[in-house]
Design a protein around this ligand. Structure first.
Ligand code: CP
Length: 314
């Protein structure tokens, strides 16, 4: 693997999930692979799980880790070519990406959508700037449109907890007071399209995700109908895609409750707002897989870093 930018950088999802499950049993078996190799984690946005799980994954592989909150601590970056840099941005991505490449062997980036301009977000200027100008592999720790480490952890969690051959998995929009990006939902959809499962997306009118991503997926606007006989219910808020970045509804009748969940297992990427997105009773029940999803972030990152280390060590 050269870079890990989307779930499509994985050739065989099932084999990768199985490998991650094996790594989980013996996390230190490839401790020599990352010896004298360094990963740099650059955060343009906040994180708990991604930062710690990616760091732990790298340490399990024997790597050295440097992390930087670039958004607060780094120079403001310019991305435009040929611009006269006489305003507030002090450093160009061309130098920044090449400089980072001198200090480490892999760079991992988190840079969220700003949700102001769809085209700008979809251009992924931070991630693509590093891909273009860095000379080392790049890992996506959540960009404007994708969160592939989360999606891989979710695939691992579904595999571990599925008791039927072809589970029904429902992705349901949830209310939220803030406008949130589409990255987690997009990557979950892309991952589910690679699974042998009955997959249904449910959201209110006006909240359909990017149709290029959901092409071929069943979308139901009646949540109750969608949830019938579900084995897994994955909940997530996202802002409107068609009315880009807007909060069109905060309808609490969409909030996940124990009654609506029925016998299904509950999933969410975290962080989650209790009693807005999901009621306490669900999160505190045995049906909640959220802590196991967070645990699996380590092994998702570890299998990805292992594949990249194998490529650069050749
Ligand atoms: N799920 C997830 O990416 O969590 P963090 O934002 O805390 O990293």
């Amino acid at each position: 693997m050269k870079h890990y930018l989307s779930i499509h950088d994985i050739d065989d999802l099932q084999a990768t999930v199985n490998e991650a499950i094996e790594l989980k049993k013996k996390p230190y078996q490839f401790e020599q692979l990352g010896r004298q190799k360094t990963i740099c984690l650059l955060f343009f946005n906040n994180s708990l799980r991604t930062r710690l799980s990616t760091q732990k994954a790298a340490m399990n592989l024997g790597m050295r880790v440097m992390a930087m909150n670039f958004g607060d601590e780094g120079w403001q970056l310019e991305f435009e070519d040929g611009i006269i840099m006489d305003q507030h941005k002090a450093e160009h991505i061309k130098e920044a990406a090449q400089v980072v490449s001198q200090y480490c062997d892999i760079v991992a980036i988190r840079a969220f959508a700003e949700l102001k301009d769809k085209e700008e977000d979809e251009a992924e200027k931070v991630l693509n700037g590093f891909i273009k100008h860095a000379t080392i592999p790049v890992v996506n720790m959540e960009s404007s449109v994708a969160h592939p480490l989360q999606a891989l952890a979710d695939a691992i969690t579904i595999k571990e907890h599925s008791s039927v051959e072809r589970p029904k998995v429902v992705l349901s929009w949830m209310p939220h007071p803030k406008a949130l990006p589409h990255a987690v939902a997009n990557s979950f959809v892309n991952m589910m399209k690679l699974q042998d499962a009955e997959f249904v997306i449910t959201n209110p009118e006006g909240y359909d995700l990017n149709p290029e991503i959901t092409k071929g997926c069943k979308i139901v606007h009646d949540q109750q109908e969608a949830l019938k006989n579900a084995n897994f219910v994955y909940v997530k808020n996202w802002s409107s895609y068609s009315d880009y970045g807007k909060v069109l509804s905060s309808d609490r009748s969409w909030t996940m409750t124990q009654e609506k969940l029925g016998h299904a297992q509950f999933m969410h990427c975290l962080p989650v707002r209790r009693n807005v997105v999901v009621e306490d009773a669900v999160l505190d029940s045995d049906q909640s897989l959220v802590i196991e999803q967070a645990n699996n972030r380590t092994f998702a990152a570890q299998v990805v870093l292992k594949r990249i280390l194998e490529t650069i060590s050749r």
